[in-house]
Design a protein. Structure first.
Length: 304
């Protein structure tokens, strides 16, 4: 059996029941905690992507600006990164609690060292950023972090935004999150995003549409999942603990438009070599070539 299948099998075993899922999360947080102390350069790139587009669409000019981050993960990295440069009221939303304070503090100590090498920030922005990081380095709890960030943390295991007010936010964003939303509920979730945004406001997302099982089996194509029908996939490969939905670039665009959004900017990173030696399952053959080759999706939409 190859590494790809063995990875899927192990994740399926961890997905068997609530006890095995809890064990998986505990192991993942414990084993991965040391790795998360080191700043991933991709985080900086994605944070700068958000920063640049907030500037481009002048969202930072909005009075009493309000942000909603979907899926804040272990350390609320992107909301914290944006708070270094912008004043806002933030809502940090997730479906389970994986927060790791040491990872947050360690990463932003490293961000501080990187900022002096970055271009594109004003002297005032850099001064504000370093001041906020100095405060974060001294905290003893996430409650202290939220006071510094002017943010509130919300957790809802079912992923619903019911507790949030309608027509409230100037920006909703996520990084590497929407591919993990249940395919069955994704359209309804996007409709919820539409509901809590103010008219004229924006939603921005980066989505990994690669096969996440290949993160553990790097010899396989990043689009390996295109080989399998839904029946094969659900039976042998899909799992709950590291679920990803196999929703394509074409489908994401369709869902946002059907939810009422106006498309502002969408594009992908793609590699036609990823499709070599793959016989694509029939259900995927109606996708555009761009969608089939996409490994990362960039979406910006506006609520009219």
């Amino acid at each position: 059996m190859n590494k790809y299948f063995l990875t899927a099998l192990a994740l399926k075993m961890f997905s068997m029941n609530s006890v095995s899922k809890a064990l998986y999360r505990k192991l993942g947080n414990t084993v991965g905690s040391n790795q998360r102390l080191n700043l991933d350069a991709a985080y900086l790139d994605r944070g700068k992507w958000l920063y640049n587009h907030i500037k481009q669409y002048e969202i930072d000019q909005t009075k009493d600006m309000r942000f909603l981050e979907l899926g804040t993960g272990w350390m609320h990295f992107f909301s914290t990164y944006l708070r270094l440069f912008f004043d806002f009221e933030g809502t940090l939303f997730d479906v389970w609690d994986n927060r790791q304070l040491n990872a947050l503090k360690s990463n932003f100590s490293q961000v501080a060292r990187q900022l002096s090498k970055e271009s594109g920030f004003s002297d005032e922005e850099l001064e504000q950023a370093k001041s906020i990081i100095n405060k974060i380095e001294r905290v003893n709890s996430f409650d202290e972090v939220y006071t510094i960030l002017n943010c509130k943390y919300h957790m809802s295991p079912n992923g619903s935004l019911d507790m949030l007010p309608e027509n409230y936010y100037d920006l909703i964003f996520s990084i590497d999150v929407l591919e993990h939303v249940s395919a069955t509920h994704l359209q309804d979730s996007i409709k919820e995003y539409f509901g809590v945004l103010k008219p004229g406001s924006y939603t921005m997302h980066q989505i990994g549409v690669d096969d996440h099982l290949t993160h553990y089996a790097s010899k396989e194509s990043q689009k390996n999942y295109l080989k399998f029908s839904d029946r094969q996939w659900n039976l042998l490969y899909q799992n709950d603990v590291q679920y990803f939905n196999r929703v394509s670039y074409d489908q994401f665009r369709e869902y946002f438009i059907k939810s009422g959004f106006r498309e502002v900017q969408t594009y992908v990173t793609r590699d036609k070599n990823e499709l070599k030696n793959i016989i694509i399952a029939e259900q995927f053959r109606n996708q555009s070539v761009e969608s089939l080759e996409a490994t990362r999706v960039f979406l910006i939409y506006q609520k009219p």
